[in-house]
Design a protein around this ligand. Structure first.
Ligand code: NAD
Ligand code: TYD
Length: 361
């Protein structure tokens, strides 16, 4: 693939990892449209900010005029849509932003792409252009312990407002392919972790609270299971889908690393005990606090990635243990990044989220 890709939400966690990965590993140029919400961190892109192959534009995927202008001026070979409100807990406290960005925003982006692709796109690009929509396994709902992992034909059954908004967006993408022929592909990925993830999410939150001596809030009985994927493996998967994925298809991406939350938290505590021992000599596990459960908390996610493996030759490279070790190390070495990520309203958010559980932090 050559040319420019138009990335949305590329200042957030996965998007910025993807932008840096793409500029490092390929000859593609990147235009990054990001609204810079609380979840974005401009420091994520420091290493590429001066690259002649990188352009940043602050704005919303819901701004039709801006999207149309960017499509006309950059004539991208692909659009990769990461932009979203992404945190389940926030979707429980304040769901409307999830409809605005994930549903309406994605719809408008898609509709502008449709109009550009069908009438204004240069012919040399038109035949190979693709719209890659980055979605989640959470659209499939919740598994019981003995259920088979989600496959691409699992029925949609979203349970949180976040998952519902992503499901709605996925359906619009599908419909734009079937109705208008927009060359679209959707990926549904499991929980990511790694450098640059906002500390509202489980793994970075536990690392940060661990070193700060704060409580480590485990929801419910801690036995909810997630299938963890290291973010660099997700970036490689997305490039494979962009290059060779079949139009109109969906691809499930996952790490094959199912873990109960409490086991993940124990692993983090054990790593911190070695890398940053507590002054009192006790284990960080002493900070674990079981708190009232998240409403509608999905019990288990697991992803069957046979299609990614068999069609595109993709498999995760990182083991959960080595990736967690790298991740904890990264957070311990990047105080300035954490300072920036937690500057605007992080403590207020933690208080509000605890409030939802009838607790004060
Ligand atoms: P994130 O919250 O870290 O980043 C989202 C980015 O989107 C931010 O930079 C934000 O400023 C930007 N944004 C928000 N609203 C926007 C708008 N209206 N216009 C333009 N930009 C906007 O999210 P993430 O964890 O990096 O997730 C990226 C995508 O991957 C999301 O679509 C999410 O649903 C999906 N996904 C995430 C995971 C995960 O584990 N994090 C797993 C599977 C799928
Ligand atoms: P999260 O990182 O919010 O991702 P998602 O809800 O999209 O899976 O949470 C991962 C799991 O960890 C989920 O089962 C909820 C749980 N969790 C906690 O137990 N405590 C926390 O403080 C957070 C943020 C999450």
């Amino acid at each position: 693939m050559n040319g420019t890709i138009f990335v949305t939400g590329g200042a957030g966690f996965i998007g910025s990892n993807f932008v840096v990965h793409t500029l490092t590993e390929t000859d593609l140029s990147v235009v990054n449209l990001d609204a810079l919400t609380y979840a974005a961190n401009p420091m994520n892109l420091q290493t590429v900010a001066r690259s002649p192959r990188y352009t940043f534009v602050q704005g919303s995927i819901g701004d039709r005029d801006l999207v149309a202008r960017l499509l006309d001026s950059h004539a991208p070979v692909a659009v990769v849509n990461f932009a979203a409100e992404s945190h389940v807990d926030r979707s429980i406290l304040a769901p409307e932003a999830f409809v605005d960005t994930n549903v309406t925003g994605t719809f408008r982006l898609l509709d502008e792409v449709r109009q550009w692709w069908s009438s204004r796109c240069p012919p040399a690009i038109r035949a190979s252009f693709r719209f890659l929509h980055v979605s989640t396994d959470e659209v499939y709902g919740s598994l019981s312990p003995h259920d088979e992992a989600f496959s691409e034909s699992s029925p949609y059954a979203p349970n949180s407002p976040y998952a519902a908004s992503k499901a709605a967006a996925d359906h619009f993408v599908r419909s734009f392919h079937r109705t208008y022929g927009v060359p679209a592909i959707t990926t549904n990925c499991s929980n990511n972790f790694g450098p640059l993830q906002h500390p509202e999410k489980l793994i970075p939150l536990m690392i940060l609270h661990g070193v700060r001596g704060k409580p480590l809030p485990v929801y419910g009985d801690g036995l909810n299971v997630r299938d963890w994927l290291y973010v660099a493996d997700h970036c490689r998967a997305l490039l494979r889908v962009l290059a060779d994925g079949r139009l109109g298809e969906t691809y499930n991406i996952g790490g094959g690393a199912e873990r109960a939350n409490v086991d993940v938290v124990h692993d983090i505590c054990d790593l911190l005990d070695t890398m940053r021992p507590r002054a009192d000599g006790r284990s960080h596990r002493a900070q674990i606090e079981f708190v009232p459960d998240r409403p509608g908390h999905d019990r288990r996610y697991a992803v069957n990635t046979a299609r990614m493996r068999d069609e595109l030759g993709w498999e995760p490279r990182e083991s959960f243990a080595s990736a967690l070790d790298k991740t904890v190390r990264w957070y311990l070495e990047n105080d300035a990044w954490i300072e920036q990520a937690t500057r605007a309203g992080y403590d207020d958010w933690v208080r509000a989220n605890y409030g939802l559980r009838g607790r004060t932090p």
